[in-house]
Each structure stands twice: as C-alpha cells, then as structure tokens.
Design a protein around this ligand. Structure first.
Ligand code: NAI
Length: 302
C-alpha cells in the first residue's frame, strides 16, 4: 500500500505552536502538506500572547525541508478566524485540511466558576471552532473537497470534576461536528472528532510523572493523519485516542420500548414499570441525523 501523502494539500492547524497541534503539523508537513501554524502564543489559561510558539514550529518544519507559514491570531474572534483562513489562501492558495485544536483551561468547580471562566473557555473551544470553520468551509465547498477535525475531550463526552465550562464546550463541538459533516457531505467534506489523551502542558499537573512521560502526543498523530487524508471516507465520527489505543465512541440511540398506541395518555407509573427497558443500551446504535429518530416514532403514529 502507498504511503498516505498530502502533496499539493494545504492544512490549517489551530494552536499548533505546541503540544498536540505541533506534533500534527510536523507529520503533515513531512508528508507533503503546506501548513498554517496558527498559535496565539498565550499561557494555558488563555492569558498573554506572543509569536515565539508559532515561529518555532514554522522554523522546525522549514529546517526539515517542509513548507509552513505562521499566523498569530486568536481563533476566538470572527476577524481572527477569517485572518487564519486568509493566511492559508495568501500563502498557498487553498485550504484542504482544518484541524480545530487550539484550547485553554480554566478549571473550577461549578459553584466557584465565574462568568469569565465560563465565557473564555467557551469562546476559545466552541466559538473558536465556529470562527475558523465557517470561512474554511466556504473555501472547501467551492473546491469540492475538505477534511475537518474537531478536538473534543473525554471530559466533554463522559464528564470530569471541575471542568463544567470545558466539558460543555467540548460536548458542544460534537453537535457542531455532526452538522458540518451533514452540510459538507455533498462536497466531499468529511468532518470527524477526536478525544485525545496525551502529555502536554494541558495534562502536566493532572497525570503522574511516569504516565506523563509515556503518553506521547506522537501516539495521537497517526489517527489525525488518516482522518485528514483523502483516504478517509468516514464522517460524523468520534474517536478516543492515546498511548496507541484507538476506539470509536458515539452518541447512540437504543430501541427502547413503545408504550401505548400514541392515542391514550401514558401515566408516569408505566414509565416506572418499563424503566429497565427504557434505560437499557442493548442494541443501541449511532444515528446519521435527527430524521432517523423518526423511524422509532412513525409506526406509533400510523
Ligand atoms: P497545549 O496547551 O499544548 O496546546 C494548545 C495550543 O493552543 C497552545 O499552543 C495555545 O497557545 C493555543 N491556543 C490557545 N488559545 C488560542 C487561541 N485563542 N487562538 C489560537 N491558539 C490558541 O495543549 P494540548 O494538550 O496540545 O491541547 C490541544 C487540544 O487537545 C486542545 O483543544 C485540548 O482541549 C485537547 N485535548 C487535549 C488532551 C490531552 O490529553 N492533552 C485531552 C483532551 C483534549
């Protein structure tokens, strides 16, 4: 089998001045992609800004014989998102791949979480994905090709203490990803999400040092490369990945139970009596869009 290549392709990777984004950028560039290294260059909590992070990754790629250009805009503004896409167009003339990766943390338990912590985290992860994806999608649609990746998190999919803001934003990205996949389908635009687990400044104080040392970002890179490649034909999927473990995860719908005939009212006691069947996930499956839920309801409405 031929190697996965990105010759002639242009990739935007947000937040690629460090951590996971940097690792994706180095590999995509090695495989022939021209890469926009976007990074605001701030601290983990979203404070500050600078050019050093993005510049150092651009230098690294160029030294290895690849092509890259830096962009220092914040993903969290519409102007920033437009400027990131414009950087790709001005430097390389197209956008084939977008990895929404930029992120910050402001962890607090909900009772202590102020408006600023909520808004800032939502603005970088969720609004940021909107600000960059919308203009990128416009370019991809016109070209009839695109691969978009969102970065969700186990915290958003399954929950994590002290991360209500982050989890809400990361779960919101799944709804966003589903719709981009549906709207992009007829233009050969595939949109998926990953929930990575890797050593970076995000996780340095959350993981024991011996685990941190082994959980290399490089283990997340290969699934990102595949999902962003022309060879990937899947869309609307979520993948856990870390330390060499790759697993699909999904919002699923179980067959449940049809009570009554949709004509008589159903008392709460009948819900109680059917509770084991209602909450069972046996034979649950992911659905392609909201219309598929009607398949369960329509027989009751005949
Ligand atoms: P990181 O902190 O090393 O990288 C994030 C990068 O985003 C930084 O370089 C930062 O400067 C940049 N950034 C922050 N705000 C920005 C903005 N407004 N505009 C442009 N760039 C901005 O962290 P890491 O671990 O590489 O995280 C990458 C993504 O993976 C994040 O979305 C994070 O939520 C997600 N993630 C990471 C996990 C992990 O185990 N490391 C777990 C689950 C999700």
């Amino acid at each position: 089998m031929a190697n996965i290549r990105f010759d002639g392709r242009v990739a935007i990777i947000t937040g690629s001045g460090a951590g996971l984004g940097r690792a994706y950028a180095l590999e995509l560039a090695k495989r022939g992609a021209k890469v926009v290294i976007n990074d605001l260059g701030g601290a983990r909590d979203g404070t500050g800004a600078g050019h050093a992070a993005a510049d150092s990754v651009v230098d690294e790629i160029k030294r290895a014989g690849g092509e890259a250009v830096a962009n220092y805009d914040s993903v969290a503004t519409v102007e920033g998102g437009a400027a990131i896409v414009k950087t790709a167009i001005d430097a390389f003339g197209r956008v084939d791949v977008l990895v929404n990766n930029a992120g910050i943390l402001r962890d607090k338990t909900l009772v202590k979480m102020g408006e600023e912590e909520w808004d800032l985290v939502m603005s970088v992860h969720l609004r940021g994905a909107y600000c960059v994806t919308r203009p990128a999608l416009e370019v991809m649609r016109a070209a009839g090709y695109g691969r978009i990746l969102f970065t969700t998190s186990g915290a958003g999919l399954y929950g994590n203490f002290g991360q209500a803001n982050y989890a809400a934003a990361k779960a919101g990205l799944i709804g966003f990803m589903n719709v981009v996949g549906i709207e992009g389908a007829k233009y050969d635009i595939k949109c998926n999400a990953i929930a990575p687990m890797a050593a970076s400044r995000f996780t340095e104080d959350m993981l024991p040092p011996e685990i941190f040392a082994k959980l290399k970002p490089e283990f997340v890179v290969p699934i990102v490369v595949f999902l962003c490649s022309e060879e990937n034909k899947d869309s609307g999927m979520i993948f856990n990945c870390g330390a060499g473990w790759y697993s699909r995860t999904a919002f699923v719908c179980a067959p449940g139970v049809a009570i009554g005939d949709a004509k008589r009212n159903i008392p709460a006691e009948e819900i109680r009596d059917s509770w084991e069947k209602i909450k069972s996930l046996e034979d649950a499956k992911p659905l392609g869009n909201i219309a598929e839920t009607y398949a369960y309801i329509m027989p009751l409405l005949q």
